[in-house]
Design a protein around this ligand. Structure first.
Ligand code: NAP
Length: 496
């Protein structure tokens, strides 16, 4: 059933000022319109920013444990509506239902985790060098935050940003991907139902080029937290730097799994299939490169090709489906173009390579799980993020060679190594230049209680999610207070 998705501004669901709309389409069946969506103009963005500014003082002064209680309630509602939201998510962006439910679960985890932070937003008390004086530091909100999110985790990634932003006392203007507005609207509605006061969270729908760009450049916004492609992220970072705004960008990846000669190949195979073709290769953490030791390369390639050939394409709502569609026509064309590039560069197409238009895939954007072998590190298919079900297999001479290949791209989000040798795993852990390293596990599987982010062109600013160095660092500033109760002027560094 087609939904109507409006903006949410100042506590009210409202049509855009121009009354214009756009559609969100099911990528597995393009004849299904999932939602008709309000298309924001600059006036709508201004209204949302004003509503967030208006609510800021009230929200900042609401005790953090009370803010946390609202997030806890949102976690409970999300839990109750997990299946409903998961099915909507599959219809709107295509991932298989089990993964969609995982996406929602991540938001639930984040809600509960950040609810707890409401009672933990601690600072420090430090001794002064002077008598009768005390010094402390504590976290304070940064103000009104703009959140710009992608379609590939349309519930989890907004939750990664919303929950820490809200618990720390910021108010928010949220611009989700224009491919997943219905998921965003349901998440916002759940937070409203949980008791978030009017104006604290505002949702504006619209394209990145117009609505997103205007939001990032808006002087009423104090900080932007962005997740998406590297090209867009670097542009947003520049816009924010020019305006002196805080900014954090989580961006693309070209993640790799190393498979050493002593690896458990069956285990590595499961990890490679899951990492390469899960979410149709559309995760920032997808394993788009396999770097395989020459001693097991040919054997592993045969195993991998056979496993990829067994994967079933189709609607993510069907229980038998392994791999869903890619998000839209432009992405399908981009992925097919990269497959053409791989062939032109001289890589060997081992399996897949085509769009699929049969067996229930006639009306969607489906691409066969695709593997290239004979890929060399400088090829574009080994360097650039493809964001589709395409895996490049590279041969490595030894561990040093493998680590060099993995580190030899502009990205640094995630890497993994399969080995039974503890010494090799320790060297890999130390030398792999990525924000996250997995040992004997795929490149997918981050948990919310640790920070998430990449090096080089994969990340800029603060990490996301929980733990030390997680997203509270993005959404809070440190405020330092010195209190002198000596009753006289005491001069630091001078009165000694
Ligand atoms: P995208 O095209 O960069 O879009 C991300 C968000 O930015 C969307 O809301 C988009 O709006 C908006 N946007 C686009 N152009 C903009 C502009 N000029 N100014 C302001 N906002 C703009 O990325 P995507 O295709 O949605 O997502 C896939 C990318 O995200 C991949 O590169 C993937 O690796 C990356 N990603 C990274 C992480 C991570 O944590 N590192 C996680 C997930 C995904 P529209 O949707 O309306 O275009």
């Amino acid at each position: 059933m087609k939904k109507t998705v409006q903006n949410f501004i100042g506590g009210e669901w409202t049509a855009s000022a121009t009354g214009e709309t756009f559609e969100s389409i099911n990528p597995a069946d393009t004849s299904e319109v999932v939602a008709a969506v309000s298309k924001s103009s600059r006036t709508d963005v201004d209204n949302a920013v004003n509503a967030a500014r208006g609510a800021y003082r009230m929200w900042r002064l609401t005790p953090a444990p009370k803010r946390g209680e609202i997030l806890y309630k949102a976690g409970e509602i999300l839990t109750k509506r997990k299946r409903e939201l998961g099915e909507l998510l599959t219809r709107e962006m295509g991932k298989v239902l089990a993964e969609a439910l995982g996406d929602v679960q991540e938001a639930i985890d984040m809600a509960y985790y950040m609810a707890g932070e409401g009672r933990r937003l601690s600072g420090e008390t430090i001794p002064s060098e002077l008598p009768d004086k005390d010094c402390k530091s504590g976290r304070v909100p940064i103000g009104v935050c703009g959140l710009i999110t992608p379609w590939n985790f349309p519930v989890a990634i907004p939750a990664w940003k919303l929950m820490p932003a809200l618990v720390s006392g910021n108010t928010v203007v949220f611009k989700p991907s224009s491919h997943t507005p219905a998921c965003a609207a349901m998440l916002v509605e759940i937070l409203r139902e949980a008791g978030l006061p009017a104006g604290v969270l505002n949702l504006i729908n619209g394209s990145g080029e117009e609505t997103g760009d205007y939001l990032a450049s808006h002087y009423g916004i104090d900080g932007i937290s962005f997740t998406g492609s590297t090209a867009v992220g670097l542009g947003i970072a520049k816009t924010c730097a020019e305006r002196g705004k805080r900014v954090s960008c989580e961006m693309g990846g070209k993640n790799a799994i190393i498979i050493m000669e002593d690896a458990d190949l069956s285990l590595a195979l499961e990890g490679a299939v899951w990492g390469g073709f899960g979410t149709s290769g559309q995760r920032c953490t997808s394993s788009s490169r396999l770097v395989v030791h020459r001693a097991v390369h040919d054997k592993f390639l045969d195993m991998f090709a056979a496993a990829a050939g067994r994967l079933r394409l189709g609607s993510g709502l069907k229980p038998e489906t392994d791999v869903g569609p890619v998000i839209n026509k432009a992405q399908m064309e981009k992925v097919l173009k990269y497959i053409g590039t791989g062939k032109e560069e001289g890589a060997k197409l081992v399996t897949g390579g085509n769009a699929c238009r049969e067996g229930g895939c006639e009306k969607g954007y489906f691409i066969e799980p695709t593997i290239f072998s004979g890929v060399t590190p400088e090829m574009r298919i080994a360097q650039e993020e493809i964001f589709g079900p395409v895996v490049s297999v590279l041969r490595a001479e030894d561990l040093d060679d493998a680590i060099g290949i993995v580190n030899g791209t502009a990205y640094g989000l995630v890497s993994s190594i399969y080995t039974r040798d503890v010494n090799k795993s320790a060297v890999a852990e130390r030398e792999l230049d990525t924000g996250i390293v997995y040992i004997n596990s795929s490149t997918i599987g981050a948990e919310i209680q640790l920070p998430f982010g990449g090096t080089k062109r994969s990340g800029f600013g603060h990490e996301e999610a929980g733990g030390r160095g997680g997203s509270l660092d993005m959404f809070t500033k440190w405020k330092v207070v010195y209190r002198d109760f000596s009753g006289r002027l005491q001069k630091a560094q001078i009165d000694r």
